[in-house]
Ligand binder design. Structure first.
Ligand SMILES: [Zn+2]
Length: 314
């Protein structure tokens, strides 16, 4: 099926089932899913900006000409998974209630454009944001929240096929959802799973995220499509779960020792098993959230991001 090769575009995982991959999977380069049955189609997530989402829709038309995307599942509120929703104005956008609330308080496109554009601050953080986000086009984005929300569980149909949605957040964000497609043995995990790069925990708790990994494993799915990175399997989910357990252990020890969260998240201290993963500086964000679980007051986002920029290996 060629589904395991990590190249940009559609990868068929079964009859009427594709993953749309966006290498290199770093900040903003997110994956999507496509399910087709007859003339009916469902998309899992859109892209970070309008040009990238148009490219996605062209790829949909390439593998499934003439279908109508009647449903978009938004796995969570981060812009790289939903800022193309407006290009599907006739589709029902399905997400958790918590995701819908989260979208209203997320960083908005104009804010991100200001932080990463050519006139962004001449600081280490400005430099970091320009390098990682300056490549995207945040013009014209009208943040489009779910038109149908749910909590807990929701079954959808695409033609005669079943899609099971599980709300597993708060974990990566407030309202994370994963989509399981039983007839294809595929889970679209959104940012509950990152492959090849350090994940980011914006919300937590870590234990919920570990349980979310167990939810993926409980499906028995053969293929698991992460929010970022190449397609994986249950062994990949187990490795990722081990990372979260390592983070929980390191956070507890570092907190007890009185280290600040950015030292707990120092890329130089990452366990050897994860040394090859990209964007290790993002561990600083995860540690800030883990420290909140352990009793810290919430940290200002801009302060945390400044620490991330400082921690990036040079
Ligand atoms: Zn993402």
């Amino acid at each position: 099926m060629g589904g395991l090769e990590y190249r940009r575009g559609m990868h068929q995982l079964g009859r009427g089932t594709w993953a749309y991959l966006s290498p290199p999977g770093t900040w903003g380069w997110s994956n999507c899913g496509l399910l087709v049955s007859g003339a009916d189609a469902l998309l899992v997530d859109t892209q970070f900006d309008l040009p990238l989402t148009r490219e996605l829709l062209t790829a949909v038309a390439g593998v499934a000409p003439g279908v109508e995307i009647r449903t978009v599942v938004t796995t969570h509120a981060n812009g790289d998974h939903c800022w193309g929703n407006q290009l599907l104005p006739r589709a029902e956008v399905v997400g958790s209630s918590a995701c819908s609330h989260d979208m209203a308080k997320e960083v908005q496109p104009a804010d991100l454009a200001a932080l990463s554009g050519s006139r962004s601050p001449d600081t280490a953080l400005g430099d970091y944001m320009r390098r990682h986000f300056g490549v995207f086009d945040f013009e014209g984005i009208d943040v489009t929240p779910p038109t149908h929300t749910f909590s807990g569980r929701l079954d959808l149909t695409v033609g005669d096929r079943l899609v099971e949605l599980f709300e597993v957040g708060p974990a990566h964000t407030d309202g994370d959802v994963i989509a399981y497609v039983p007839d294809a043995g595929v889970v679209f995990a959104g940012d509950i799973l990152f492959i090849g790069g350090h994940p980011i925990m914006w919300t937590g708790p870590l234990q919920n995220w570990i349980v979310a990994c167990e939810r993926i494993t409980a499906t028995g799915a053969e293929h698991v499509v992460p929010g970022h990175g190449p397609i994986t399997d249950q062994a990949g989910v187990a490795v990722f779960r081990g990372y979260l357990e390592w983070v929980a252990d390191r956070a507890q020890k570092a907190y007890a020792a009185g280290l600040p969260y950015w030292e707990a998240g120092d890329p130089a201290q990452v366990h050897a098993a994860y040394a090859g993963w990209g964007n290790p500086e993002r561990l600083v964000i995860t540690m800030a959230a883990a420290y909140r679980e352990l009793g810290d007051e919430p940290h200002e986002l801009m302060d945390v991001l400044a620490k991330v920029a400082d921690a990036e290996p040079k």
